[in-house]
Design a protein around this ligand. Structure first.
Ligand code: SF4
Ligand code: SF4
Length: 535
């Protein structure tokens, strides 16, 4: 495996707080090429990396700089990953090492600690990139069609834009919203245009009863007085993010982020006002009750444009970061079938478990539930996570050492957000907190916690979505059942179970992240049982 490790100084913010050369040293001997750039988004950087891929035959790449979320979600940043993938590196072997938000910005006054942490994080990312199996890509021609849920004013404006650009639109409402819009004076011309357009399908009094697929190729089943019909669309626009019944029905099949009221929201309203978790599913920003017409139109334009940007390609490639089954181990017990909240597991005629790739979201709950270890997730492999725990335990720190398992839905973004809290308060949390990203709280195997204590950690902290917010529906609750059993095991080994803390958090609660982590350190500091791991 030829590995390339690239570091971004992020316009000076990284090397202001840590020693980049030292951080990179840990992987120098196993990398075919290492380079440091002022910023990954400077002109010519992508070309340099692509040239390296060809010159050094790279088949694994680490991008050390911003958070994983940034590289995957931002249009500009994901372009960098797309270029590297097009050059021949499988996307499952392109891994971000977050040395900006969770090292440099988190520990601006602790150069030695931030450097040691960055070194460890780059090492873990290199292991993940170098050991990851290639994921299969599936090319589809995106369907030039969008389903709009909820007949709001914004829905009609967005539908009109899409129709004018040559898309077909299915506009669905739970009540008689489409019919009412046709009779209303407000936005009458827009509503009439949509309702009378030959490429528009209008479905009042409908429910979303099933759905599967991915960007460019969603299958959605609507039930209405006219019957039950399957629509094939490239994208989805939730035009009523405050309509919790639509939100709940969508969340049974897809990943949509919600707030405390159960309303759908964008993952990052500051950068992508319309985008939620699953690609190609957009949500209209929540509007104030006194919003002006011009604000509604602007929101609708942004949402329609976000979809057009995603769908206006000859092909989109969907990489299958799904669960995989080792048939030589699978006994057909169907535990995974009962565990999967998305109906993505089934027992085939051969007696083995199979995965429906159109429904699997890669949460990893089935991996943890399988009694014989027959399952894994290519983007979050078991062996890599075990090695990550052991490798991070080797980091030398001057204070108690805590490992954090951060779920990709809420915990990890909250840790990124904590960088802002640290800047505002002028104080943060110890650099001896070492993070590991997991796709969902439901992916947390109790073996990782036991391994962490065995390897010498003084504490284990799990940050996961709040109840009702889990992107994978109930992954966080499944974790509770396992952790409650684990506490008994810890106590039986004379480890105070207060060393294990589970924190419910939202993606934007950086302050809660910092506060709870400092509480954890305060608690651990007062404990004697289990210090430095005692298993
Ligand atoms: S839980 Fe494991 S052994 Fe049981 S059916 Fe699923 S993959 Fe097979
Ligand atoms: S990874 Fe999650 S969605 Fe996929 S089969 Fe397993 S439990 Fe179901």
């Amino acid at each position: 495996m030829a590995l390339g490790v690239y570091v971004s100084r992020c316009a000076g913010r990284v090397d202001a707080a840590l020693d980049v050369g030292d951080a990179l040293d840990g992987v120098a001997s196993r990398a075919a090429v290492t380079r440091v750039f002022d910023d990954f988004f400077d002109v010519g950087v992508a070309d340099s990396i692509v040239a390296d891929v060809s010159a050094h035959g790279l088949d694994a790449v680490v991008l050390a700089g911003h958070s994983e979320e940034h590289y995957r979600k931002s249009l500009s940043a994901s372009h960098l990953i797309d270029r590297i993938a097009e050059a021949g590196v499988n996307p499952n072997r392109i891994v971000a090492a977050n040395i900006l938000e969770q090292c440099a910005l988190a520990h601006p006054d602790d150069r030695a600690g931030a450097t040691a942490k960055a070194r460890a994080i780059i090492g873990v990312a290199a292991d993940r990139a170098g050991s990851g199996d290639a994921v299969e890509g599936e090319s589809v021609r995106p369907k030039c069609s969008v389903m709009v849920l909820g007949a709001s004013a914004e829905a009609f404006v967005a539908a009109q834009r899409l129709l004018r650009l040559g898309y077909s639109v299915v506009l669905a409402d739970r009540e008689d919203g489409c019919a009412r819009a046709g009779r209303a004076q407000s936005m009458h011309a827009t509503a009439s245009y949509v309702l009378g357009h030959p490429a528009a399908t209008i479905v009042d009094s409908s429910r979303l009863v099933d759905g599967d697929g991915f960007l460019g190729d969603y299958h959605l089943v609507l039930e209405s007085p006219e019957g039950t019909v399957t629509y094939e669309v490239g994208g989805i626009l939730l035009a009523r993010p405050d309509h919790t019944e639509w939100v709940e029905e969508l969340r049974r099949h897809f990943r949509v982020d919600v707030d405390d009221s159960g309303f759908a929201r964008s993952l990052d309203p500051t950068m992508h006002p319309a985008e939620t978790v699953d690609e190609g599913i957009m949500v209209m920003p929540l509007r104030r009750s006194d919003a002006k017409e011009s604000e509604k139109v602007a929101a609708a334009d942004a949402a329609a444009m976000a979809l057009v940007l995603k769908l206006s390609h000859d092909t989109v490639v969907r990489y299958r970061h799904t669960s995989v089954v080792d048939e030589s181990l699978c006994g057909g017990c169907a535990t995974c079938v009962r565990t999967c909240a998305f109906g993505a597991c089934y027992i085939g005629d051969d007696g083995f478990s199979h995965v429906d790739a159109r429904r699997c979201v890669g949460c990893g709950k089935c991996v943890v539930s399988c009694p014989v270890g027959a399952r894994d997730i290519l983007s979050s492999p078991h062996d890599h996570l075990m090695r990550a725990v052991r490798d991070l335990a080797q980091v030398e720190t001057t204070s108690d050492k805590v490992i954090g398992f951060l779920c990709g839905g809420c915990g990890y973004p909250a840790a990124d957000h904590a960088a802002k809290t640290v800047a505002e308060r002028g104080e943060g949390y110890p650099s001896s907190f070492l993070p590991v990203r997991i796709p969902c709280g439901g992916r947390l195997d109790t073996l990782y916690v036991l391994e962490a204590f065995k390897a010498g950690f003084d504490g284990v902290c799990v940050y996961r979505c709040r109840d009702g917010h889990c992107h994978n529906r109930v992954g966080n609750l499944d974790m509770d059942r396992r952790v409650n059993l684990l506490r008994t095991v810890l106590r039986s080994r004379n480890i105070d179970d207060a060393r294990l803390r589970i924190v419910d958090i939202s993606p934007f609660e950086g302050d809660h992240f910092v506060d709870t982590l400092n509480e954890v350190y305060a608690t651990i500091g007062g404990l004697t049982n289990g210090k430095g791991g005692a298993l």
